[in-house]
Write a protein that binds this ligand. Structure first.
Ligand code: ATR
Length: 475
């Protein structure tokens, strides 16, 4: 019979699962490993068995038996039906108090459903967002576990031991909140990542088309930006990509890549969910739509000849000034898209009763994940100063910076429009900023129209109550 020696188990040993198991083992934990097809388990042990203490099992029963109680099992299979299949296989083998962790990219509503089903059986189900890709899984991801507080007591220290560490040494892992909270914030993290990437792409496009910079020069510009407030993993890799020359053709790598961006779906989920919550996340939405548009080759082909300006490069001196303005526009737009993302988390937290610590989310994204950046420490600090902060834009520091950047931001958007360079991210962010700070919005007219055609009524600025006007054109 198998003896129960393992502190944690991982089932599903494709790259993410294997790397996570190795990360646990390298941190001194005894790790039970299992995969539907035993070949993968065997391969892991053959290639990496020396890295730590692994307990391989061929069957689910042996795997479960090899785990100390309360058992903690991380499921690392393809999100969707496979996750349900694995849960159905394991649930009957588990005892009350055991913890099943889904480390895949599940939709938070699926996680809520699974958590409820398993809770009825006395099993803790933890939907854990894991960010950082294959490299992160092995060397330290950002981990966003949901589920019960009780489950985090036994699981938290294990996860924190393998998580990335922020510069101040704290682990990039915290209990996010009940049921689907972890997968929810992971989804928004990915949405913010889309927005960040789109804004960077627009900056590149402007520097190239309007600034007249070659990719190598733009790489240098990004490297310089990376020493300032934009310091982040995404800016860093952008410079790498732009500096890369295609070996076969000798051309800039970025020029030989088809200009059609793909997506796996978490950005789309973010926007769909934001629509349901009624929270404007225009930065993320524009980023998702920009990817969709890029893939509509037929549409683009049909529209290619439409009239409009072509970008003309500025003089070198003007270009240098313009590049500095683009940095400001990029920064201000980034603040807006993060502000929107945080509003979305805040709204969901309220709606689902998750009680998410907004500053802690910034703290656990400082390392390990794709959007890791110095910037996130600022967001953490902003919520530390005011946990009730209604928008990041109202934080004193961010308000000052965006205020200083806004003139350059407007110049960049206006220049883009004049040169016919599409900047949906920069433009939407600026429109959001102006809408928020407006004294009056034309929504008053919208209400008038709604009352006119549908008797939907309106509220007044000078009196309490609900009003309807008898319009002469009333039907
Ligand atoms: P890969 O990343 O290797 O292409 P995948 O299809 O994304 O594989 O699946 C990732 C992991 O989920 C694999 O460990 C896979 O198990 P197999 O190695 O046996 O294919 C696992 N997986 C997928 N569907 C599963 C299911 N219904 N039940 C159990 N494990 C499953």
């Amino acid at each position: 019979a198998t003896t129960a020696t393992a502190q944690i188990g991982v089932t599903g040993l494709a790259v993410m699962g294997s790397n996570l198991a190795r990360n646990f083992a390298r941190h001194g934990h005894t790790v039970a490993v299992h995969n539907r097809t035993y070949a993968k388990t065997k391969a892991l042990i053959e290639q990496h068995g020396h890295e730590g203490d692994f307990v391989p099992s061929e069957t689910a029963e042996d795997f479960v038996a090899s785990l100390q109680k309360p058992r903690r099992i991380v499921i690392m299979v393809k999100a969707g039906d496979a996750t349900d299949a694995v849960i159905d296989e394991f649930a009957p083998l588990l005892d009350e108090g055991d913890v099943l962790i889904d480390g895949g990219n599940a939709h938070f509503e699926d996680t809520r459903r699974r958590e409820k089903d398993l809770r009825d059986k006395g099993i803790h189900f933890v939907g854990a967002g894991i960010s950082g890709g294959e490299e992160g899984a092995l060397n330290g991801p950002s981990i966003m576990p949901g589920g019960s507080e009780e489950s985090y007591k036994s699981l938290g220290p294990l996860l924190e031991s393998i998580a990335a560490k922020a510069k101040d040494g704290s682990p990039c892992c915290t209990h996010v909140g009940p049921d689907g909270a972890g997968h929810f914030v992971k989804m928004v993290h990915n949405g913010i990542e889309y927005a960040d990437m789109q804004l960077i792409a627009e900056a590149y496009d402007l520097l190239r088309a309007v600034g007249g910079y070659e990719p190598g020069r733009i790489a240098e510009t990004f490297r310089t930006w990376n020493t300032g407030r934009l310091d982040s993993y995404l800016i860093e890799i952008t410079a790498e990509v732009l500096a890369h020359t295609d070996a076969g053709t000798g051309r800039p790598f970025v020029d030989v890549v088809a200009d059609e961006a793909e997506q796996k779906g978490t950005g789309r989920w973010t926007v769909q969910t934001a629509l349901d919550l009624g929270v404007p996340v225009s930065g993320i939405a524009e980023a998702v739509f920009a990817r969709s548009l890029s893939g509509h080759t037929g549409l683009r082909e049909a529209a290619r000849g439409l009239p409009g300006p072509s970008a003309r490069a500025l003089s070198p001196a003007e270009a240098e000034e313009f590049a500095a303005q683009v940095e400001q526009a990029l920064y201000a737009s980034k603040v807006v898209s993060y502000a929107q993302g945080w509003n979305m988390i805040a709204k969901a937290s309220e709606e689902y009763g998750w009680d998410i610590d907004l500053g802690a989310m910034a703290a656990i994204w400082r390392g390990g994940c794709i959007i890791r950046a110095a910037f996130l420490d600022r967001i953490r600090a902003a919520f530390e100063t005011d946990p009730q902060l209604s928008t990041l834009l109202a934080d004193e520091g961010f308000a000052r910076e965006v205020g200083q950047a806004q003139e350059a931001w407007r110049t960049v958007v206006a220049t883009a429009v004049r040169h016919g360079v599409p900047t949906p991210g920069f433009s939407a962010a600026l429109a959001y900023y102006d809408a928020l700070r407006a004294e009056r919005l034309p929504a008053a007219l919208t209400q008038g129209q709604r009352d006119f055609f549908g008797a939907h009524t309106y509220r007044r600025t000078d009196r309490e109550g609900s009003f309807h006007t008898l319009w002469s054109g009333d039907r």
